[in-house]
Design a protein around this ligand. Structure first.
Ligand SMILES: Cc1cc2nc3c(=O)[nH]c(=O)nc-3n(C[C@H](O)[C@H](O)[C@H](O)COP(=O)(O)OP(=O)(O)OC[C@H]3O[C@@H](n4cnc5c(N)ncnc54)[C@H](O)[C@@H]3O)c2cc1C
Length: 422
C-alpha cells in the first residue's frame, strides 16, 4: 500500500518528468529512482524532490537519490582476485573499510587509543583512485555554501593540514590561491567582497593589485587585480595517504590490501560478521570509508540514507567535462557528499564518506569526527577505549625520495603571514 507522501511525490514527478522518475518509500527513507539524460538534471530532480518532501512535512527522514545517468555504465566494484582465509576469524575492535585519505587518516586518529584496528582496502595499494587521482589542492573553502557540511569540514580540515603534514613529514605548501580579474572596474567590488569572505570564515583574504600581482606571479599578464586566498595550499595526496597509513601502523593499526568487504551479517541491528575475500571478520564496530563506494557499502548493511552521485554518473557528462576527466570520473561539484554519521539502522556502523569535492581537504576533520563516533559506539558496546600511551604522532618511517638516489625534499617553509590563525 503506497503512503500519501509517496503518492503525492509520484504525482509531482509524473508531471515534471513524464514517467521517467518515481519515488519509493521505505520507512523513514524515500528512494528516488529512474534515469535522466544529464547529470545536472539528476541534481535538480533531487533538489525538487527534497522541496516537495519538506513541504509535505517529511523532515526527519532521508532522501536517497538513485537516479541513473542514461547511457552511463556504472563500473562494477572491482574485486581482488586473491581468495584465501588469511583473515578468517579475526575480531578487530574497529574494521575500517576503504584505504583512501579518509580511511588512512581515521586509522591514524584511532591509533591514539589502545584498540585493535584493521583497515581493509580492496585494491593492491592504498587509494589508487579518488584520493590519489586528484589535483592536490588544499582548499580554502571559498567556493562552498556557508554552513554546509562541506564548508565546515573544509575550513577545519584546511587548518589541520599544517600540523598533520608537519607531524608526518609530508611536504605541504600554503601557496595560496588567486582569483584573477582583468576588468579594472571590478576593483572596488573586490574590496567590498572582503566582508563576504569574512562572513564565510575564509581567513586572510586580500586584494592584490596589478603591480604587486606582476611581482608575485609574472605570468599572470592580463590580470589587473586578484583576490588572494592565503590558506589554500598544495600537497601530494599519495605521500599524505602513505604517511597517515604508515604512522597508523607504527602505532599499532593493521592494514590489509587486496581485501574487499563483500557482505554483512546483521543481528539485532548490528553487524556481527563481515564477509571478505580473505575470510570472515567479526568486528565490534565497522567504519564505512569507501569513498564513492560508500553508498554501496551502506546498502550492504541496509543503512543507505545518503547518495553518492559521482558513483552513478561516472565521467560521462560531456557538457561538464570541459573540466578534467580522470579515472573515469568527472570532477565532482564543490560541496558534495560529506558524511560523518552513525548508521541510522545499523548500530555499530559509522559512515565516514568524504566522497565529495574537496574531500582531500575535509578528510582530517571527517576522520576526527568519525573517530569520536567510533569511540562512542565502542563505549556503548561495553569497551572503554584507553589512550595509547605509546602513540607517537611523528612518523618514524623515512620519507621516500621521489627519484631513486636523491634525498627527500626539505620541509617547505611557509611565510608566517600566509598561515591562517590557529
Ligand atoms: C578528479 C578529482 C579531483 C579532485 N581534486 C581535489 C582537490 O584538488 N582537492 C580536494 O580537497 N579534493 C579533491 N577531490 C575530491 C577528493 O579526491 C575525494 O573527495 C577524496 O579523495 C575522497 O577520499 P576517500 O578516502 O573518502 O575516498 P577514496 O579515495 O575513494 O577511497 C575509498 C577507498 O575505499 C576502497 N573501497 C571501496 N569499496 C570497498 C570495499 N567494499 N572493500 C574494501 N575497500 C573498498 C576503494 O578502493 C578506495 O580506495 C577530487 C576528486 C576527483 C575525482
Amino acid at each position: 500500500m503506497r503512503s500519501d507522501l509517496e503518492q503525492a511525490l509520484n504525482k509531482k514527478l509524473e508531471t515534471l518528468y513524464k514517467g521517467k522518475l518515481h519515488a519509493r518509500r521505505d520507512g523513514d527513507r524515500v528512494f528516488l529512482e529512474g534515469s535522466l539524460r544529464r547529470r545536472k538534471g539528476i541534481v535538480t530532480a533531487e533538489k525538487r524532490a527534497r522541496r516537495i518532501l519538506r513541504r509535505a512535512g517529511f523532515r526527519q527522514g532521508a532522501l536517497v537519490n538513485k537516479i541513473e545517468l542514461e547511457g552511463a555504465v556504472i563500473p562494477a566494484l572491482g574485486l581482488p582476485e586473491i581468495r584465501d582465509r588469511s583473515l578468517e576469524g579475526r575480531k578487530p575492535d574497529v574494521l575500517i573499510i576503504g584505504g583512501g585519505i579518509t580511511g588512512a587518516a581515521l586509522a591514524r586518529e584511532l591509533s591514539r587509543y589502545r584498540l585493535d584496528i584493521l583497515l581493509i582496502e580492496k585494491e593492491h595499494r592504498l587509494a589508487p583512485r579518488d584520493s590519489c587521482g586528484q589535483q592536490s589542492l588544499v582548499h580554502s573553502g571559498a567556493d562552498l555554501k556557508k554552513g554546509s557540511p562541506g564548508h565546515r569540514y573544509t575550513l577545519r580540515g584546511n587548518v589541520m593540514f599544517g600540523s598533520i603534514t608537519g607531524e608526518l613529514g609530508v611536504a605541504f605548501k600554503r601557496s595560496g590561491q588567486y582569483f584573477c580579474f582583468s576588468n579594472p572596474l571590478l576593483v572596488p567590488l573586490l574590496y567590498l567582497s572582503l566582508g563576504y569572505w569574512k562572513w564565510l570564515r575564509v581567513r586572510g583574504v586580500r586584494v592584490i593589485l596589478k603591480r604587486e600581482l606582476r611581482r608575485r606571479e609574472p605570468r599572470l599578464g592580463g590580470a589587473r587585480a586578484a583576490l588572494f586566498f592565503p590558506s589554500a595550499g598544495l600537497v601530494c595526496p599519495r605521500d599524505l595517504i602513505s604517511a597517515c597509513a604508515e604512522n597508523a601502523q607504527e602505532n599499532g593499526a593493521r592494514i590489509s590490501l587486496n581485501t574487499a568487504a563483500l557482505g554483512f551479517t546483521l543481528r539485532e541491528g548490528r553487524i556481527v560478521r563481515v564477509e571478505t575475500n580473505r575470510g570472515a571478520l567479526y568486528p565490534r564496530a565497522v567504519v564505512n570509508a569507501a569513498g564513492i563506494f560508500a553508498g554501496d557499502v551502506a546498502a550492504l548493511a541496509g543503512d543507505e540514507f545518503y547518495s553518492i552521485p559521482e558513483r552513478r554518473a561516472p565521467g560521462q557528462d560531456v557538457r561538464e567535462s570541459s573540466r578534467r576527466i580522470l579515472n573515469g570520473l568527472s570532477r565532482p561539484r564543490c560541496g558534495g557528499n560529506f558524511v560523518a554519521e552513525r548508521g541510522r539502522r545499523t548500530l555499530n556502523l559509522i559512515h565516514a564518506a568524504g566522497a565529495g569535492y574537496p574531500g582531500l581537504t575535509a578528510a582530517p576533520a571527517i576522520a576526527e569526527d568519525a573517530a569520536r563516533l567510533t569511540l562512542e559506539v565502542l563505549e556503548e558496546l561495553g569497551l572503554e577505549p584507553r589512550k595509547n600511551s605509546a602513540f607517537n604522532p611523528l612518523r618514524r618511517a623515512k620519507q621516500r625520495p621521489r627519484t631513486p638516489g636523491t634525498p627527500a625534499p626539505p620541509a617547505l617553509k611557509v611565510p608566517a603571514e600566509e598561515l591562517p590563525p590557529a
